[in-house]
Design a protein around this ligand. Sequence first.
Ligand SMILES: Nc1ncnc2c1ncn2[C@@H]1O[C@H](COP(=O)(O)OP(=O)(O)O)[C@@H](O)[C@H]1O
Ligand SMILES: [Mg+2]
Length: 330
Amino acid sequence: MSGIVIAGVSRIFGTVRAVDNITLTVAQGEFFTLLGPSGCGKTTLLRMIAGFSDLDGGEISIGGQRIDKLAAHRRDIGMVFQNYAVFPNLSVAGNVAYGLKARRVPPPEIAARVEEALSLVQLSGFGDRQPHQLSGGQLQRVAIARALVIRPQVLLFDEPLSNLDARLRVSMRGEIRALQKSLGITAIYVTHDQEEAMSVSDRIAMMNAGRLEQVGAPVEIYRKPATRFAAEFMGTTNLVEARMLGLAAPVSVSLRPEALRFAEEAPADWPRLSCVVESLEMLGPITRLDARLANGTTVRMATLDTPSLSVQAGQAVTLAYDPARLTVVA
Ligand SMILES: Nc1ncnc2c1ncn2[C@@H]1O[C@H](COP(=O)(O)OP(=O)(O)O)[C@@H](O)[C@H]1O
Ligand SMILES: [Mg+2]
């Protein structure tokens, strides 16, 4: 059992409540992501789970055992950092063996486990290489092998892909997800990139200023954001004030750009909006379009590439939106 329970956990630096009374449960084998902007407390929470930072309040348990008072090396947790943290003066095998030597595992077993860990990250035969001979993606694989070799119950990742180029980030995130699922290990993954979070996670905890904004499956947060912050951080959206029948105060409503279409292509019962195209961005499969309503509000639309339509900036167009995709946010 390696489910993680985080109960009322806080960390305060001077006047900054870096992590402010967070309560979360991560299921065994789950790929769980902490998502939020820089400075929202993701790394601090991860470091408390790993044992690199004390708690100012709350408790953390893994598999029913309280761990927040244990030394880091006794927690059965592997951690992968953003900057790889690979030792430059050790070979690849030396790096991967490091945690086993520290745990006094006998040398013959070390050799076998290093080879096994390297093969898991597709670096079989790379043991004798020096770190400076490796690419960024290979270095990050070494860091993952080093975390896996201790056979931890839990694997923590702190923005592991942010030093890699865009294409490699996309392929590595798929590899990490596949490896995590094949090993059945419980993972907590930190990123500020909403697309990365959506692509790898079973569930996401969205954080804002040390607190939880919303916890849910990627599609839940994307389609039913609870707050304005969640709606805007999880992709692009249109936030508008709307009056609802029976309610005195206006409410905020989120409408995703892909819930809008050109009127010609929309069902007849979708509400229409007359507007003027402000700008267009052709991104290959989709085109993004900003359009201004008569009241001055800009609405954003995203539409699949439609060669039959030619629309230009300055042109008057009628858009329509799917009313079922309006979501009231707090
Ligand atoms: N050791 C520290 N001393 C003082 N302030 C810190 C320390 N570590 C983090 N902070 C502050 O705590 C907040 C959360 O930081 P962090 O957990 O690194 O956020 P994130 O990883 O989401 O970018 C920030 O305001 C940061 O400046
Ligand atoms: Mg961080």
